[in-house]
Design a protein around this ligand. Structure first.
Ligand SMILES: Nc1ncnc2c1ncn2[C@@H]1O[C@H](COP(=O)(O)OP(=O)(O)OP(=O)(O)O)[C@@H](O)[C@H]1O
Length: 272
């Protein structure tokens, strides 16, 4: 991949479920180091787009290139190995497992040794490898400030904490690109502020490129470098947050033309 090539390039992606056109000819690029937000009203196709990138859905048409490699046809696990991590709109933790074990699962694919080599655990580098993994997991636990719940069973935690643990598990992959599906959903103001700070730090300090779906316009405006807007499966705008919010098509899609006098309403909070 050349220095100037985008990290992720989506070209002409269309996806249908029977007669429902979830995505129609959507194209965009994400540069290395960006926080790129995808917004749009309910049912606009945002999660479908994330699912096409992560491999959960196969588009009917189009191409998705990551680090110069075509992703279409690759399984989710292969995409994960290429450096794409994600969180889900509805939490996908192992509720019966501890926080620590949930995060270790995130690193599973990085382990060279497995149960086949486990019998020679003490003779090979397996033990050293496990210790190194544990140390890296501890870094993530410290960074996300979840040390106090590391031994708690995930299912017993508050929603906000479970969202943070899910983020920790995705971060444990050390992805180059992290896909976040509504990371602030269901959180109170303080939890949202914390989550926004973690996302900025992951981006700035850990060097992760972020593609995020988020309904809270205040957060989107504050932390995104660029924003793309979907409406009924089509891209209707893309650009800097201020430009996008000022776009009449976006204001119409969200609030109905006549309801908007200036862009400030859209910043006030949840709009979809
Ligand atoms: N697995 C599926 N089977 C059938 N239809 C689906 C499936 N996934 C998504 N759709 C449909 O595709 C369209 C886009 O849905 P999607 O979940 O991508 O929207 P969204 O913008 O993420 O919405 P929300 O903000 O409510 O999460 C909707 O009409 C939805 O019902």
């Amino acid at each position: 991949m050349s220095e100037t090539a985008p990290l992720l390039e989506v070209r002409g992606v269309s996806l249908s479920f029977g007669g429902v056109h979830a995505l129609t000819d959507v194209s965009f690029q994400v540069r290395k180091g960006e926080i790129f937000s995808i917004i749009g009203p309910n049912g606009a196709g945002k999660t479908s787009m994330l699912n096409c990138i992560s491999g959960r859905y196969q588009p009917n048409q189009g191409s998705i290139v990551f680090k110069g490699k075509e992703l279409i046809g690759l399984r989710p696990n292969d995409r994960c190995n290429l450096g794409i991590g994600r969180t889900f709109q509805n939490l996908a933790l192992f509720n019966h497992m501890t926080v620590l074990d949930n995060i270790m699962v995130g690193r599973h694919h990085l382990l060279k040794n497995n149960f086949l080599t486990g019998s020679i655990y003490w003779l090979t580098g397996a033990r050293r490898e496990e210790l190194r993994h544990r140390a890296e997991v501890e870094d993530i636990i410290d960074f996300l400030e979840i040390a106090h719940i590391r031994k708690s069973v995930a299912g017993t935690l508050s929603y906000g904490l479970r969202k943070r643990v899910e983020l920790a598990r995705a971060v444990a992959l050390r992805p180059d690109l992290i896909l976040l599906d509504e990371p602030m959903a269901g959180m109170n103001l303080e939890e949202k502020e914390d989550m926004a700070r973690y996302i900025i730090d992951l981006n700035e300090e850990w060097g992760m490129t972020v593609v995020m779906i988020e309904h809270d316009m205040g957060v989107v405006m504050d932390i995104s470098h660029r924003v793309m807007v979907l409406d009924f499966g089509k891209k209707i705008a893309e650009g800097l947050p201020d430009e996008v919010m000022a776009d009449p098509r976006v204001r119409k899609a969200y609030l109905g033309e006549d309801d908007v006098e200036d862009g400030r309403e859209a910043r006030a909070g949840e709009v979809a």
